[in-house]
Ligand binder design. Structure first.
Ligand code: ADP
Ligand code: MG
Length: 313
């Protein structure tokens, strides 16, 4: 049984797990789990997270006092200049990195408790920047199946899940292809299919479009939006402000801290401040700001091209 604090409405919530020792794999399997009270928990909760990389050349504080909660089904974008700590934070969501101090809870499970590793990894899928470094198999469908084989899932179930996942990313026709024959956008869709097949509740994307052409970027972003519409919790790190503008919430990181946590509309309508911080803003927000300077009377906080067109009618 593991205890964890609630999101603030109750003093404590208890999760009960019934575990058996699997004879074949010599590890604990969870066969049953329930939470003592029916409460909507934040699916991700981060408390005073600090991460320090230790090396011979000295310590590097990469995350410094991070706090936030994300509700199940939210779509959060993370932006920030290079070195601000985005990837370090991403790697904490599935316990690739553990906090130097502070806590991160995934679906109530403390990632720094070794017993919880299995729960954490079954809840969080990751898609990284470079599709080439993510692809492990010589044939597309084997690549999508890879994570499932590692989980010890039955072959016929794997078949079914792989087919569904390839269908979901519109890549069924390529299932027998060599990944090396695919475009960057197609490779990223295969990586996404691998995560879909794992059926995690949370998917973390760390600059998945950074190496793609505009067509590949559109393909990947439309997949991300589809997964969000299906109820997945999405964390989406990007350098493209137009992409971040499509999330429900944006975290802006600087120097290992989250310095803004707000809706895209609030964040990007502050054109001058964003520029001062070294960011661009979506084209429509920028254009609206320029027109205001030329004395066009426009409503505040314009974010999309459609809104700008409407305002100029
Ligand atoms: P971002 O993804 O926002 O570019 P990172 O999380 O990769 O930022 O890096 C945050 C800071 O931590 C940077 O200063 C970076 O140089 C440093 N850093 C990242 N990885 C390591 C590492 N393995 N060892 C030491 N320092 C690191
Ligand atoms: Mg990074």
């Amino acid at each position: 049984m593991s205890r964890f604090e609630s999101g603030g409405t109750a003093d404590a919530i208890y999760r009960f797990d019934v575990l058996i020792l699997s004879p074949r794999r010599n590890e604990m399997l969870r066969i049953f789990s329930f939470v003592s009270e029916e409460k909507i928990l934040d699916i991700i909760r981060v408390e005073n997270l600090r991460h320090v990389y230790k090396s011979s050349s000295g310590d590097k504080v990469a995350l410094d006092g991070i706090n936030f909660s994300i509700a199940e089904g939210e779509f959060v974008a993370i932006i920030g200049n290079n070195g601000s700590g985005k990837s370090t934070l991403a790697k904490h969501f599935n316990a690739l990195l553990l906090p130097t101090s502070g806590k991160i809870f995934i679906d109530g499970f403390d990632t720094s408790d070794e017993k919880n590793l299995w729960h954490v990894r079954e809840n969080v899928g990751m898609v990284f920047q470079n599709p080439d470094s993510e692809i492990v198999a010589a044939i597309v469908e084997d690549d999508v199946a890879f994570g499932l084989e590692n989980l010890g899932i039955a072959p016929e179930k794997i078949r079914e899940r792989v087919d569904l996942a390839l269908d979901a990313v519109n890549m069924s026709d390529y299932k027998n292809f060599s990944p090396s024959k695919l475009s960057g956008g197609q490779k990223q869709r295969i990586a996404i299919a691998g995560v879909i097949a794992m059926q995690t509740k949370i998917i973390v994307f760390d600059e998945p479009t950074a190496m793609l052409d505009p067509q590949g970027r559109r393909e990947v972003l439309s997949m991300v939006k589809k997964l969000h519409a299906q109820g997945k919790t999405i964390i989406y790190i990007t350098h493209f402000m137009e992409e971040a503008a499509q999330a429900q919430r944006v975290f802006l990181m600087e120097g290992g801290k989250i310095i803004k946590n707000d809706t895209p509309r609030e964040i990007f309508s502050n054109v001058r401040e964003m520029k001062r911080l070294g960011f661009s803003v979506p084209v429509a927000a920028e254009l609206a700001e320029r027109l205001r300077k030329k004395n066009f009377k426009l409503p505040p906080k314009i974010l999309t091209a459609d809104e700008l067109a409407e305002a100029l009618k």
